[in-house]
Design a protein around this ligand. Sequence first.
Ligand SMILES: [Fe+2]
Length: 472
Amino acid sequence: MSDLTPNVLIVDDEPAIRDMLRSALEREGYRCLCAAGGEEALSILSQEEIQLILLDVNMPGMTGIEVLQRVQDSSSDAAVIMVTANADRDTAIEAMKLGATDYIAKPFKLSEVLVSSHQALERRQLILENREFHENLQEKVRAQTVEIRQQKDTIDALFLDTIAALAVALEAKDRYTEGHSRRVTDYGVMLAKRVNQSEDFLRELERGGLLHDIGKIGTPDTVLSKEGKLTAEEFEEIKKHTVHGWAIVKRIRHMSDLVAECVRSHHERWDGSGYPDGLRESDIPFAGRIIALADAFDAMTSTRSYRNALTVQQALEQVDKFKGTQFDPALAEAFLELMNQDRGSGGNILVVDDDRSVTELIQASLLPQGHRVVVSNSGYQALRRVVEEPFDIIYLDLNMPGIDGAQTLHALRELRSDLFVVIITGLPDDPRVTTMMREGAVSCLPKPFGVRDIIAMTSKFLKEKKERAGAA
Ligand SMILES: [Fe+2]
């Protein structure tokens, strides 16, 4: 029954009064139900949707006040008009306190009952509308808060994507620095975590790391990609990238000072001999000191136009040697600890990918962790390696010239049964991924991935492999 025809429940132990109220109210278009006592009234209420109750106070058994209390405790939102036999004001006041809308004293005029019923229903309607309005309002505020948060996350993600794209665009100018900004960022963030920096700091440092060399956009290509040693003049030209980059970043709204500091200060040295400002020790912004260390470490372990890469061990020796002169000594110590922490428990890892940037990233990520990393550029090469020796984990690219990852995995399974193969692919939805998972691949790592992803996945599966061996 809808609210358009209100249901009225008449509760009175006197049949004559029930009948009189019923016929008067029905004439007005109400639908009436009657109860001779409290128990019956509550039973009707539990089954019917009632909008208004005319409730006698004095009844045998449960009194009207008791019924009113039970109605208020129930889920019913009916308006209640008390009908008292005498003009007992105290009872009436008590009833109003308990939530009754109105009261009528017997003997009553029918017109009085009709007016009071009409007003009670109107008041009830207002209360319900008001309640609904507030509930809607709360729901609206909640929904909008969620939406604003989502929008902010999207903007943050877009912002970071843009920054990453800028970094990649920059690296396209110089083939020796491919992936450099991403690796510097990953090393920097790992180091900052190691020295307990906040989530906010890590987020800004990520931006700073990606953008640290952005000023090189203004450096002439002839200088940037020169084979061999730079002249003094050319070196002066290179040095300008810190200040150029800082000026670029400063112009971007919402870019924090921390990001600008990474860009400007990542070539400062602890002893004051760096550039562009020759700052010393703690005068160098903290984020700049972190990126300086990460940048130098990646530069040492990468091949440049003028020299070959150092091994990770050699680079760590350099960090140790230059702590206190080039590097913040406390940060250098933390970095050495970080890079040495898992040594000795390293795994034997095979990376199968024709993309050099991927194999180099995995090498640069896992070698510092003490793992041995062997690289194969094709499926055939991988098969030969696997015949020669067992590997703990094989990172296997899906799309390669010659036999692809799926065919390689199929052939590998003929050779060895205890394989831990992780698929690496830019196409995680490719149906071949499903086939490979069915053939026993343990996971799929979508490209692009970072240093931290590869480190986390490697330790996860080494642990699993150890547990499996222990259980066997
Ligand atoms: Fe730089």
